[in-house]
Design a binder for this molecule. Structure first.
Ligand SMILES: [Zn+2]
Ligand SMILES: [Zn+2]
Length: 137
């Protein structure tokens, strides 16, 4: 059994070949793909993989703590298999999403008593260093 198969099985998810490949592709990228991106990336290799399977598998990953959702207003949900605490910077010009370090201790939501936070995300929007460069000429 591969490491990824063992990881999925350890969380109670049957490690089918499709699920293992979805996790491996997600874990190997820093691009924070959407379900559609992942489905397209896996098409050449798994032509029988359906979009529904990708969506359902990603929903399982979120529920089991194997991936984190990234909410960007007006965009399809993106996914990240990096479970370490970090923030996301989205470039409004090229659309890329970059990671940046941020410790949970640095950002604590001030909630009224009784609220139970389950997900705290730090998101920045702006221009990445490549896009912020002044144009030549
Ligand atoms: Zn950019
Ligand atoms: Zn990330």
């Amino acid at each position: 059994m591969t490491k990824v198969a063992a990881l999925l099985e350890g969380r109670g998810l049957r490690p089918s070949h499709q699920r293992v490949r979805i996790y491996e592709v997600l874990a190997a990228t820093k691009a924070h793909p959407s379900a559609e991106d992942l489905w397209q990336a896996l098409q050449p290799e798994l032509p029988t993989l359906s979009r529904t399977t990708v969506y359902n598998t990603l929903a399982s990953f979120l529920g089991l703590g194997l991936a984190k959702p990234i909410y960007i207003q007006g965009e399809e949900l993106r996914y990240d298999a990096d479970m370490e605490s970090h923030g996301h910077f989205r470039c409004r010009s090229c659309g890329r999403v970059y990671d940046f370090p941020f410790g949970e201790a640095e950002y604590r939501p001030r909630l009224d008593p009784g609220f139970v936070p389950e997900l705290v995300q730090l998101a920045c929007v702006g221009l990445c260093s490549g896009c912020a460069k002044p144009r030549e000429g």
